[in-house]
Design a protein around this ligand. Structure first.
Ligand code: A2P
Length: 327
């Protein structure tokens, strides 16, 4: 899932990531944890069902070993239509490094119920793992594996960088943990979080981020609501996406992106990364842009024509860009 590019330029290679543990528990030998909390993390009126779910992993080898940006496997009980045990589903960790409890014993994720209609039969389709997780109550057992992932992380020396986080939907999960880590650690890094959702009622952890922004002058929280009119949409409305914030708040993004310490993290719907790259290319001079993107001269002049198929070919992200996108 992680698609960070592998370039080795000197100015990009110096981003050192922390060493992390992986696969402490395999999906075929999961560990049993208990639900410590489960609460809606959107507004009550949201059309979808999204929960912040906490797992108490006390007494397991997961204690203190799970970082935001990694994911954790959830194995739903029972078997699938073919009689096989359900496959593991990976959920992005939303808790900070020290866990929700400050001691690494309680980790969390952000989960949206997958609810759909079968295309042909028009029968209800319910995603197995997401609905299992959202159905669980405090005290219930849950089978976990992992952690997984070692690339989508905040660097080992977080104070040496500034951060631009772009999220759509539940892509916010890792940034909740990362923002909490950064702001609680006392580093003076500049941190900008841009969160995109269809309606303002769909924003996740909105109260938390607003409070953090009020408390920390180095933290900026911006939202991009795609299906509501917004007063500060500039000329970009009515459909405002996270990448449009690079233009509506150009005075903020341009100096940040031009800086030599800035890292860009993108998590959410596949497609958002190209929109972000295009707008970065529109506001940055070539010398600043090349900190993040290597662009084939043949397509350099025609930003509007860039599309996802060019990724890792004509347009390659450097190590200053961290990508976690999914269909
Ligand atoms: P929309 O669906 O209105 O076009 P969620 O995962 O909760 O549905 O939210 C995803 C958000 O990301 C929505 O606001 C959605 O807008 C938006 N979105 C969809 N496609 C892109 C894209 N290519 N780039 C950025 N944002 C996108």
């Amino acid at each position: 899932m992680s698609t960070a590019a592998d370039t080795t330029e000197p100015h990009t290679a110096e981003v050192q990531l922390p060493e992390v543990k992986m696969h402490i528990y395999r999906p075929n030998e999961p560990v049993v944890a208990r639900i410590a909390k489960s609460e809606v993390c959107t507004a009550r009126k949201a059309a979808g069902f999204v929960r912040h779910v906490e797992f108490d992993v006390s007494g397991t080898n997961l204690v203190g070993q799970v970082l935001p940006g990694q994911s954790i496997g959830v194995i739903a009980p029972g078997v699938d239509a073919k009689g096989r045990p359900h496959a593991v589903r990976l959920y992005s960790v939303a808790s900070p490094s020290r866990g929700e409890d400050g001691q690494g014993r309680v980790i969390s994720t952000t989960v949206k119920r997958t609810i759909d209609e079968h295309w042909e039969t028009h029968k209800l389709f319910l995603g197995v793992a997401s609905n299992h997780l959202c159905d669980l109550s405090v005290g219930d057992e849950v089978r976990l594996s992992g952690p997984n992932g070692k690339r989508f992380l905040v660097p080992a020396k977080p104070g040496e960088h500034d951060y631009l986080f772009f999220a759509t939907g539940t892509g916010i999960a890792p940034f909740r943990g990362m923002v909490l880590d950064l702001l609680k650690s006392g580093v003076q890094s500049r941190v900008v979080l841009v969160m995109g959702s269809p309606y303002s009622t769909d924003l996740m952890y909105d109260d938390l981020f607003r409070r953090l922004a009020a408390e920390h002058s180095n933290f900026t929280y911006l939202t991009a609501i795609s299906r509501e009119k917004q007063d500060d949409a500039g000329g970009g409305g009515p459909r405002l996406y996270v990448q449009d914030r690079v233009l509506t708040h150009r005075d903020r993004f341009e100096p940040l992106l031009a800086g030599e310490r800035t890292l860009v993290y993108i998590c959410g719907l596949a497609g958002m990364e190209m929109g972000i790259f295009q707008n970065m290319a529109r506001v940055l001079p070539p010398s600043a842009l090349e900190q993040y993107l290597h662009i084939d001269p043949a397509v350099r002049g025609d930003i509007a024509s860039w599309d996802r198929k060019m990724l890792n070919k004509q347009i390659k992200a450097t190590r200053r860009v961290f990508l976690e996108v999914y269909a």
